[in-house]
Each structure stands twice: as structure tokens, then as C-alpha cells.
Design a protein around this ligand. Structure first.
Ligand code: GLN
Length: 463
């Protein structure tokens, strides 16, 4: 089926700059189209109804959708959870302020798994986004709404998404879009609702590599409001599109091809061959610690999540009720009503993993494994420029199939994205054709702050 429509942003932005776009007409069209897409695929929790005055800037007048875990001044922000029902942030996240300063506007807040807890955007307190390729299938998660609107949009648009363990790569792969997860600390987390703060990264999803590179250029850079923000200046990443990749060393880590759908693996290797024909050198690599990334990722993620969710007591923000009983009773009652099943599961497992007596065996051990995985990547990037792997082991599953999976089976689907995410290295997922009519993604990983290599190699694949 035909999905969305391809509009080259570069030309559109030039037209707008030259005064050839009627802004009133354009925005009216954007919102009427968004309404139609929402009815069909449900990518949004909230659609913005007042965009205000637009500034003239690099991305004027681009509509930007924002994942619902990112704060937007005066627009409801729930992180996909009932516990934040009706929360209205009094401030913008830094990434959102940068969009506005550069002439973009917030189109709406996209659907996601509650707090990012999921791979299919089915752990949602509000709408569950449907895949534009087949409405009976998932868009992936947890940034499912972001990928859904990106694929379905019939107008120029780019999405701000977020990944902790694969939440940009999974939905990008399942919807045939481009997802860029930057180096940890490269985009400010100020105004991002924490899932697992040592791994959370804001990133972008676009139809084309250019779109992702453009928005990344606009929203990245040092921010004194985020103590983990890297003191690395942003640059114009669109300059690295279609840069010659002759001589680039592309590592093929064999562990990323084990247990992968054969047809997917074949698609990915065809992409590798096309890079070779452009002059890249393919290098066989082994990353034996990959298999330990999944359990250690989930231990760290749940441990951090369980402490981060402690602030939702029904007293400060979000869901509130008439206070009754003592604090413990009120606290338990509101959390029972406000959190979904997966959030409760993670609070319990995370609390257990870092409790006295278990901490050394689980949480601390997972941190040690994480350091070893970081060392393994550093070692690999001493030999190659980028690593190439499938984005996901499967194509978008049907909702009816997801219903029958156990939590452990669902966690296991993240096995190709947990290692780079816990190491905090940048990755990009690019469309790599289809298998049985469904999109497949190829992911590239690079060393810290080497996003430009990802953009060059991804644009070579796109071409
Ligand atoms: N599926 C992973 C999880 O549930 C990753 C989610 C994410 O990156 N936010 O933790």
C-alpha cells in the first residue's frame, strides 16, 4: 500500500523562505490532514489547537510532533500514563524551545507506551497507534505515535521521539521511517519525563535522512539546564548527507544476525553489499557480550524506573483525588488507579533488584556488565567506523499476536537495540526494503559523537 507522501523538506523550506508558502493556508491544511490521519491511525494523544505566532528561522514553518513524555508549555503532557492525566507543564523542554526559536511549531503530542515501557505502543493508557502499512499491526514502540505520524503524514513534518533501549529504532523499522538516536547527552533532557535517566535520549524520526539530520541539528547542543548534557556544540548535520563513503570501514557483528528472520537478514546483507559497491570496506566483527545486554539493560532500566516513578503520589501533579486515609493509603490508592500493568510490574521488579541483599547480585552486576559492553564497543570502533545490523529481529507484528506474548518474550524483541542504548552510542535506523510487504530497517551504530558518519552511511543506503 501507499503510505503517506514523500515531500522533500529542503525544497519546502526554501519555498517558505522565499515567501512562496501561504502560512495560514498551509497550517489549516496540516491540521485538517492531521485530523484525518488521527481518525485512521491514532498517532496522537493530544493535537495542538493554538500554535501562536511563528518565528522566522531555519525550520520555518515546519510542524513538529513531540512524544508525550516531553514537556510542552500549556499542552497536556502525560508520558502515556493515567497517573499524569491532565498534567499541563508550565514550561517547554529545551528541545521544544529550540523548535520554536527556529520557526517550527508543535503539531501535537504523540502516543507511546506508558513512560516508555514497551516495544509495541500497546502499553498505552490512551490511544494505541496503528501501523500505516497495515492497521492490524503495531507501529513499534515506545515512540509508536511519532513513527506513525511520520509515515502517514501527507505534509512536511518531523518527529521528536525518545529512546531508552530502542524506542526510536523499533518504530522507525516497523514503519519504514528514519530514526536517529544520538549519543547520550547530545540533546538536552531538560523537560523529558524520566524513564531511566542514565539511558534516556531524545532523538528524531523523519521520512528521509535529511529530515532527521535537520531536526537533529536544530535541537542538539549543550544545555546548562541538563547536568548530563555534553559540552559539544551542534553543527549542521545535513552537510554529511551523501558524503563519499569510499574507504569507510563497516563492521558486521555476527551476533546481531543470530536468531533473525532469514528474509530480514538477507535484506540487510544486500544493503551491506551495496555499501561495498560504493567503496566501503566490510569487516567481520564479533561482539560476544551482546547476549548479556538484554538482562542487564532490563535490570538497570527497571531499577531506575522504580525510583523515578516514586514521585507520582497524586499530590504534586497529574491524577488527584480527594485525600482520604493516611499518606500511605492515599499514595497506594492513587498509584493503583494511575499506573498500568507494565508500570506496576517494573516498579516491583526494579525495587527488588536494588533492594538491600539483592543489590550486589542484580543492579550492581548489571552496571558492571554495562561497562564491559562499553569497552567492547570502544574496542570495535578502534577497528571500524560504523557497525551494521538489522534494526529489529522481526517485522511489525499483529496486535492479535502481541496479545499472546509473555512479558519476557516481548523484552527479548529488543535484543538488537539494548547494547548500543545502554552504552549511549549513537544509532540510526534506515528503511531497507520490505519483507512480505512490511518495512524492514537496517541500523548503524557509531562511536560517541560520530553521528556524521551515521548520516553519511544512512544517506548512501537511502539513495
Ligand atoms: N522496549 C524497551 C523497554 O521497554 C525500550 C523502551 C524505550 O526505549 N523507551 O524498556
Amino acid at each position: 500500500m501507499k503510505v503517506g507522501k514523500l515531500i522533500h523538506l529542503k525544497e519546502f523550506l526554501e519555498d517558505a523562505k522565499n515567501g512562496n508558502v501561504d502560512i495560514g493556508e498551509f497550517t489549516a491544511k496540516v491540521f485538517s490532514e492531521t485530523k484525518k490521519i488521527q481518525e485512521k491511525f491514532a498517532p496522537f494523544i493530544t493535537i495542538n489547537d493554538s500554535i501562536g505566532e511563528l518565528k522566522k528561522g531555519r525550520i520555518f514553518p515546519l510542524p513538529i510532533s513531540v512524544k508525550d513524555c516531553i514537556c510542552t508549555k500549556g499542552i497536556k503532557t502525560t508520558a502515556g500514563s493515567k497517573i499524569l492525566d491532565s498534567y499541563m507543564p508550565p514550561f517547554d523542554a529545551t528541545s521544544v524551545s529550540k523548535v520554536k526559536e527556529n520557526g517550527g511549531f508543535v503539531l501535537g503530542k504523540t502516543a507511546q507506551d506508558e513512560f516508555g515501557f514497551g516495544t509495541f505502543s500497546t502499553n498505552c493508557a490512551y490511544s494505541v497507534p496503528k501501523n500505516p502499512y497495515d492497521r492490524e499491526r503495531s507501529c513499534g514502540g515506545s515512540s509508536g505515535g511519532a513513527a506513525c505520524i511520520t509515515a502517514a503524514a501527507t505534509f512536511p513534518h518531523v518527529a521528536i521521539a525518545e529512546s531508552t533501549g530502542g524506542s526510536i529504532t523499533a518504530p522507525a523499522a516497523f514503519t519504514g521511517t528514519v530514526g536517529l538516536t544520538p549519543t547520550y547527552g547530545r540533546i538536552s533532557r531538560y523537560g523529558l519525563i524520566d524513564y531511566s535517566n542514565s539511558m534516556d535520549k531524545i532523538g528524531v524520526i523523519g521520512k528521509e535522512v535529511f529530515d532527521a539530520a535537520l531536526l537533529f541539528s536544530v535541537i542538539s547542543g549543550y544545555d546548562p539546564l541538563d547536568s548530563t548534557s555534553s559540552k559539544v556544540e551542534t553543527k549542521d548535520f545535513t552537510r554529511f548527507i551523501e558524503k563519499d563513503i569510499k574507504g569507510m570501514k563497516v563492521g558486521i557483528p555476527k551476533e546481531y544476525f543470530e536468531g533473525i528472520d532469514e528474509k530480514i537478514a538477507k535484506n540487510i546483507m544486500e544493503r551491506a553489499a551495496s555499501l561495498e559497491s560504493l567503496g566501503a570496506e566490510l569487516v567481520d566483527i564479533s561482539l560476544p557480550l551482546t547476549k548479556f545486554s538484554l538482562p542487564s539493560y532490563y535490570l538497570i532500566a527497571m531499577s531506575e524506573a522504580s525510583t523515578n516513578l516514586a514521585r507520582y503520589s497524586g499530590l504534586r501533579y497529574g491524577l488527584q483525588e480527594n485525600v482520604s486515609g493516611n499518606f500511605s493509603e492515599y499514595f497506594s490508592d492513587i498509584r493503583e488507579k494511575g499506573f498500568g500493568k507494565e508500570a506496576k510490574r517494573r516498579i516491583m521488579l526494579g525495587t527488588y533488584a536494588r533492594a538491600a541483599g539483592f543489590r550486589e547480585a542484580y543492579y550492581i552486576k548489571a552496571l558492571k556488565v554495562r561497562q564491559l559492553i562499553i569497552n567492547e564497543f570502544k574496542n570495535a570502533f578502534g577497528k571500524v567506523d560504523v557497525l551494521l545490523a538489522p534494526s529489529m529481529p522481526i517485522t511489525a507484528p499483529k496486535f492479535s499476536e502481541i496479545e499472546n506474548l509473555t512479558p519476557l518474550q516481548i523484552y527479548n524483541i529488543d535484543k538488537l537495540t539494548t547494547a548500543p542504548n545502554m552504552a549511549g552510542i549513537p544509532t540510526i535506523s534506515v528503511p531497507a526494503g520490505t519483507v512480505s510487504g512490511l518495512p524492514v530497517g537496517v541500523q548503524f551504530m557509531a562511536n560517541y559523537f560520530d553521528e556524521e558518519k551515521l548520516i553519511s552511511v544512512a544517506s548512501a543506503i537511502q539513495k
